[in-house]
Design a protein around this ligand. Structure first.
Ligand SMILES: *Cc1c(COP(=O)(O)O)cnc(C)c1O
Length: 426
């Protein structure tokens, strides 16, 4: 272990020694000590086609021999143009303007800034947002401001701009109350809009699945109603699809699956299949038009050194090709659906839920305190010993593997979960 490195999302005191990975293939990664782990979480949700995929690797090599980087203001290149064509060919028709950046948090920052400046350019001062309890949008300031306040954000809370939080209408198999809760939330948002007109620039939501908040899932109909409400009140709707994009939900994008179209959409994570950092914020020509002006102040003055890096775009185009030609996520969805019905018979778990390729459930716990924390850390230790990479979110266990995972590998994952549960439930 290197003391030189400060690892992300890791309490420094008593941190377990990080596992050193030397290579990967398909859904497996191999550690320095020779142990092989099945990657059941797509390595922080990015690796959709399996590790070290040769087609993506080759696309990066080929591109690097042509042009590895070029300033993206005043210049353009084929990999970026092709990627914009690829993405917009699948997205709803109105989402046809692609702004590049290089990570999910930044894709969200760009969306928030676009929304605020959209109204600014129209001569309105709107700077507040509506967001959802349990949301996670990234670790930069705007992303933190629109995400649930927690121990993660606490040192910075006084610096975060005004955001109104409403509950996320999470649902699960056998949930009988969701419709009433959806109705309450829609009414609540409506009354906020009515009480404070001209205050809100946008509503931001993780459509269909809240990721880091515990794989909490909502119904398509809620997003459709939210879209309608935002339209009626002239407030921009932002879909943070950083996690849900590229096949995760059983369709290419959650907006397609939910048949609901936002004004602005954020994509990252799966975009390059886990090879290189890249992100996009996609919006409509109608919104972009408000930035076309002789007035300098109406320009979107935002960009990053690695904006639309050609190697990242080449990786994304190769990943897109694999995604659309093979559509392996459809097969994984069917396999996950089988485990979903099996999980209903398991003891000690509740709130079984699935969206496309993501299957999740809660561990029943006596309390949310010490006991529960010890289960979580027990599990984090047990899973690698059993040969799987899983990272429970609190008392939530979720399985979200690369689409290429085999039936045998997936079986091993669920066997490990079942064994681990029997260990912790004694
Ligand atoms: C991971 C994530 C982000 C942040 O993306 P980074 O690339 O880690 O900055 C934003 N929104 C959602 C929904 C995410 O899952």
């Amino acid at each position: 272990m290197s003391d030189l490195i400060w690892h992300p999302f890791t309490p420094l005191k008593d941190a377990p020694v990080p596992l050193k990975v030397i290579h990967g293939k398909g859904a497996e990664i191999t550690l320095e000590n020779g142990k092989v782990l099945i990657d059941a979480i797509s390595s922080w949700w990015v690796n959709i086609h399996g590790h070290a995929h040769p087609l993506i690797s080759k696309a990066i090599l080929d591109q690097s021999l042509k042009i590895e980087h070029v300033i993206f203001a005043g210049f353009t290149h084929e990999p970026a143009e092709l990627l914009a064509r690829n993405l917009t060919s699948l997205l709803p028709k109105s989402l046809n303007r692609v702004f590049f950046s290089d990570n999910g948090s930044t894709a969200v920052e760009v969306a928030l800034k676009m929304a605020v400046q959209y109204y600014y350019n129209l001569g309105e001062k709107r700077s507040a947002f509506i967001a959802f309890e349990g949301a996670y949008h990234g670790d930069t300031f705007g992303a933190m401001a629109t995400a649930s306040r927690s121990v993660f954000s606490e040192p910075f809370d006084s610096m975060l701009f005004e955001t109104h939080f409403v509950p996320y209408p999470e649902t699960w198999l056998g949930d009988a109350t969701v419709e009433a809760r959806e109705q309450q939330i829609i009414s609540r948002i409506e009354s906020i809009f009515v009480e404070s007109p001209d205050t809100f620039a946008g509503v931001i939501i993780e459509p269909l699945v809240q990721g880091a908040g515990g794989m909490r899932m909502c119904r398509p109909v809620f997003l459709q109603r939210l879209e309608k409400l935002c339209k009626e009140h002239g407030i921009l709707l932002i879909f943070d699809e950083v996690m849900t994009g590229f096949g995760r939900t059983g369709d290419y994008f959650a907006c397609l699956k939910a048949e609901s179209t936002p004004d602005i959409m954020c994509l990252s994570k799966g975009i390059t299949g886990g090879f290189l950092p890249l992100a996009v914020t996609v919006t409509s020509e109608k919104i972009q038009d408000v930035f076309k002006s002789d007035d300098n102040r109406h320009t979107f003055w935002h960009g990053h050194s690695y904006t639309a890096n050609p190697l990242g775009c080449a990786a994304a185009n190769a990943s897109f090709e694999i995604l659309t030609s093979q559509q392996k996520f459809r097969k994984l969805e069917i396999m996950q659906a089988e485990y979903e019905s099996m999980l209903l018979d398991w003891e000690g778990i509740e709130k079984v839920r699935r969206c496309g390729t993501i299957l999740a459930f809660d561990l029943k716990t006596e309390s949310e305190t010490g006991y529960f924390n010890s289960i979580a850390s027990d599990l984090k230790r047990l899973f690698p010993e059993m040969g799987v990479l899983l990272r429970p979110l609190g008392n939530v266990i979720y399985v979200m593997p690369p689409y290429c995972i085999t039936e045998v590998q997936l079986e091993k994952v669920y066997t490990a979960i079942k064994m681990a549960l029997s260990h912790t439930q004694r």
